[in-house]
Design a protein around this ligand. Structure first.
Ligand SMILES: C[S@@+](CC[C@H](N)C(=O)[O-])C[C@H]1O[C@@H](n2cnc3c(N)ncnc32)[C@H](O)[C@@H]1O
Length: 227
């Protein structure tokens, strides 16, 4: 489980992430619309490097910038037998396969599978196929109901101990979802990377983009008979 020591090691490693220069340059380019910024791309990169998930689920591909940070980290410790399933209903239509093309160009497409469907359909299909994941990165439709639906569906395919990472905690839907998840999703433990003061400042005062991370501590049993 994620503990204080791991969080401290993570905070020390994040600013020193190396090997992402080319992706940072792409992330900064004006054509990379809606993409994660390099600071949070390296956040994802560091999280994957340290946590070493074997099977990764990602919602929202666009130009493929977050996918590239994740794939680059995963390929550094897992050349084969890894999985990186990316869901985006608009990859070949609105995005003209830009994400797929970039991963191919960077040689990061080895473990990639792209599903062109809405996450609310695609993730339950993965669940029915018996697929399980160690990390889910959610950056699709940021409306409140879609965000909660993505967390609900991702939690159902996540192994215990796995991480759910929500992008852009400033977006209205994500901002509304986080207090609900904190309070009512008791099987998801929020990982606070800072001491309470810095955390409070980041949450309430700083308007900067940031990511929110939960770790699954048990199965969700709400609604089951006897609970
Ligand atoms: C903010 S962008 C993702 C950016 C990407 N993570 C990156 O860093 O480059 C949001 C993406 O979600 C996709 N999207 C919108 N609705 C979706 C849905 N219902 N299911 C999955 N993806 C969705 C959009 O097509 C878009 O590519």
């Amino acid at each position: 489980m994620f503990d204080k020591v791991f969080a401290r090691q993570f905070l020390a490693a994040w600013p020193r992430a190396e090997g992402t220069d080319e992706i940072d340059r792409i992330a900064k380019s004006p054509t990379s619309i809606w993409a994660v910024v390099p600071r949070y791309g390296r956040f994802l990169f560091t999280l994957v490097m340290m946590f070493k998930p074997r099977r990764i689920l990602e919602v929202g591909m666009a130009n493929g910038v977050s996918c590239a940070y994740i794939a680059k980290a995963q390929l550094s410790y897992l050349q084969q037998d890894g999985a990186h399933v990316i869901i985006d209903p608009f990859q070949s239509t609105q995005w003209h396969n830009a994400g797929r093309a970039m991963l191919e160009r960077l040689g990061l497409d080895r473990n990639i599978e792209v599903i062109e469907d809405c996450s609310i359909h695609a993730i339950p299909n993965l669940e029915k196929q018996g697929q399980r994941f160690d990390l889910a990165f959610i950056d699709g439709n940021h409306c409140l109901d879609y965000t909660l639906a993505d967390v609900l569906a991702s939690d159902r395919v996540l192994c215990i101990g796995g991480l759910i990472v929500l992008d852009d905690s400033r977006a209205f839907g994500v901002r509304m979802a986080v207090p609900y998840l904190d309070r009512y999703r008791v099987n998801l433990t929020r990982i606070r990377f800072d001491n309470w003061l810095v955390h409070w400042w980041r949450e309430h005062i700083s308007g900067r983009r940031r990511m929110t991370v939960y770790q699954k501590n048990s199965e969700d049993v709400r609604g089951a008979p006897g609970t």
